[in-house]
Design a protein around this ligand. Structure first.
Ligand SMILES: Nc1nc2c(c(=O)[nH]1)N[C@@H](CN(C=O)c1ccc(C(=O)N[C@@H](CCC(=O)O)C(=O)O)cc1)CN2
Length: 300
């Protein structure tokens, strides 16, 4: 068997076209585009790359984008004051603070400071609570889980009644995707098990899964014999395992690997997402969708 590859880079295009159309309509109604501010603290290379992709994409769909690149040693108080400034700015609909933050800053305090109506990452407890209560009907669904659900829908992977195993229990991916998929709704109604690297006999749990979602941050953790033949494998890991010189640009670029042994898994799975080019691009597309929705909710 050779798995069907679910390419985030292709699905992203459809979503971004839909967002760009929505921006034109909103601009006609309100006279302004949606505004997104990205706040990056420090110069973590992965974060720099993600934020620059977010800014480029925001520009492409016609948003007003504001970049705040702050020094690593900025104080928590100054960061909170900046967030408050954008909470009050009526031309800004979405506030995104790139994670992780430096150790001297309390991440929770920062997330709690964002006005929930501008929390396009959906990390604020008010939005986490609404996700828990309302599933995908909540105002904002966090970007990576929303992207995964969209991939399942568009690839027509049967989700209702499926055994889903989620490897990883992070606030950004593991907890919210588990929550989304067991609820009632579109591409939901599954039976979900959440496991992690401390789970006894991880392999046997994974092997039961009709849909295996791996967000453990461990390169090549999932081996082909952990995969049920025909299963859908969603690889969320983006691990930087080295560097190489790009033939196209001559620049140094990161070598990326997922959490799944991709080449071997291709022969066992029914569907699979690649790394790069899978869930990552969908995360950014869903951020654009959430920002458009944030403006709609605030203005229309
Ligand atoms: N505030 C947030 N911080 C973080 C989030 C988040 O959703 N909000 N998620 C992750 C990182 N992340 C988004 O910020 C993210 C990860 C990966 C990609 C992506 O497009 N990856 C590409 C490869 C990109 C590269 O070359 O480096 C791919 O997989 O093809 C986008 C966003 C943690 N922090």
């Amino acid at each position: 068997m050779t798995a069907e590859i679910i390419r985030g880079t292709e699905l992203r295009e459809t979503i971004l076209d839909e967002v760009a159309e929505g921006v034109i309509k909103l601009k006609e109604k309100t006279g302004r585009p949606p505004g997104l501010v990205t706040i990056l603290v420090g110069a973590n290379p992965a974060s720099l790359s993600y934020v620059s992709l977010k800014i480029k994409t925001a520009h492409r769909v016609g948003f007003k984008e504001v970049q705040e690149n702050l020094p690593e040693d900025i104080s928590e108080a100054d960061l909170l004051a900046l967030i408050e400034k954008y909470n009050r700015d009526d031309t800004i609909d979405g506030i995104l603070v790139q994670l992780p933050l430096p150790k001297h800053i309390d991440e929770s305090r920062v997330i709690y400071a964002i006005d929930p109506v501008k929390d396009v990452d959906a990390f604020h407890p008010a939005n986490v609570g609404r996700l828990m209560l309302e599933g995908s009907s909540a105002p904002f669904v966090p970007c990576t889980p929303a992207g995964i659900q969209e991939m399942l829908v568009r690839a027509e992977v049967p989700v209702a009644g499926a055994e889903v195993v989620v490897v990883g229990r992070s606030n950004i991916v593991g907890k919210p995707i588990a929550n989304l998929l067991f609820q009632k709704g579109r591409a939901a109604n599954a039976t979900v098990t959440v496991v992690h690297t401390g789970t006894r006999d991880l392999a046997s749990h994974c092997k039961r899964a009709d849909i295996l979602i791996v967000a453990a941050g461990v390169p090549n953790l999932v081996r082909p014999d952990w995969i049920k033949p025909g299963a859908c494998v969603i690889d969320v890991g983006v691990n930087r395992v080295g560097e190489r010189i790009s033939e196209k640009t001559g620049k140094t670029v990161a070598i990326l690997r997922g959490d799944v042994d991709y080449d071997a898994a291709l022969e066992v799975a029914g569907w699979i997402t690649p790394v790069p080019g899978g869930v990552g691009p969908m995360t950014i597309a869903m951020l654009m969708k959430n920002t458009l929705k944030a403006m709609e909710l605030r203005t229309v």
